[in-house]
Design a protein around this ligand. Structure first.
Ligand code: ZN
Ligand code: ZN
Length: 259
């Protein structure tokens, strides 16, 4: 028997002994079902902060250490800004993301968006809320990056909105879907950085005047070139908000992924 299996058996035996004599109803409360890793399904012996096993946490590229002052991507030299931000100007204050959009993080975002695995919002949202606190980010109102009504209907949900409500609940910040996406844009990922920005011009508008004089925390799933965040921030600033900070689940590596 492998030592890990042995440990598991001992743990289970202990739990069985512990539960003897407990009323049936109480068992579910103390020892919840589905105590499994959100990404690989491996059984979790101990409930971890993010509902992930240690192997999956290891595989994620969690951002820490020296980062770009603007977009928050990890940089491996002493520069203050990454290559992406040295050549673009943005109207939002900062972006921060807990993870690089790669490997398992990318699988998780895909599973949420295209696989409809909405339970992933809890783990990803928890990581985003921790990132907000880690970098002393500010926000009085959370605003999700919107989808057009047509796109949302097609998918059944807007993942940015689900993440926004999860982060809002954890940080106790109200969520207001203050932006509307007014026109369809051709697939952003097929476009270059400049074309992406042009494609998004005047696509977003503010539909709630309550953003006025408020510090806004804009939430999205992925930060790629920053064009979407920037256009949303422009619309919010036009709506006279005080400032816009951006919190995204993942940021692409410096060379934007064309997938
Ligand atoms: Zn796992
Ligand atoms: Zn940057």
């Amino acid at each position: 028997m492998k030592s890990m299996d042995k440990g598991k058996t001992q743990f289970n035996e202990k739990m069985t002994a512990f539960f003897k004599g407990l009323p049936e109803k109480a068992k579910g409360l103390v020892y919840p079902d589905n105590l499994t890793c959100d990404l690989c399904g491996e059984e979790l012996m101990v409930k971890s902060r993010y509902n992930l096993c240690s192997k999956c946490i290891e595989d994620l590229r969690i951002i820490g250490g020296h980062i770009c002052l603007n977009c928050g991507v990890a940089i491996d030299n002493e520069a203050e800004y990454c290559d992406r931000c040295q050549h673009t100007s943005s109207v939002f204050k900062i972006n921060r993301s807990p993870m690089i959009y790669d490997g398992k993080a990318r699988d998780a975002i895909h599973a949420l968006k295209f696989g409809g695995k909405k339970y992933l919002v809890k783990t990803i949202g928890a990581m985003m809320a921790d990132t907000f606190l880690k970098y002393n980010m500010e926000g009085e109102i959370i605003v999700p990056v919107p989808m057009t009504e047509k796109d949302k209907k097609k998918r059944g949900f807007n993942q940015a909105e689900l993440l926004a409500y999860e982060v809002g609940a954890r940080l106790n910040i109200p969520v207001l879907p203050a932006l509307k996406k007014t026109k369809e844009t051709s697939m952003q990922k097929e476009l270059s950085g400049k074309d992406r920005a042009e494609n998004l011009t005047k696509v977003f508008e503010v539909v709630y005047p309550q953003v006025k004089d408020r510090k806004i925390l804009l939430i999205d799933d992925i930060f790629t070139t920053g064009a979407t965040a920037n256009e949303c921030a422009k619309a919010l600033l036009k709506g006279k908000c005080k400032e816009v900070s951006v919190l995204t689940a993942c940021i692409t590596k410096l060379k934007p992924l064309m997938e």
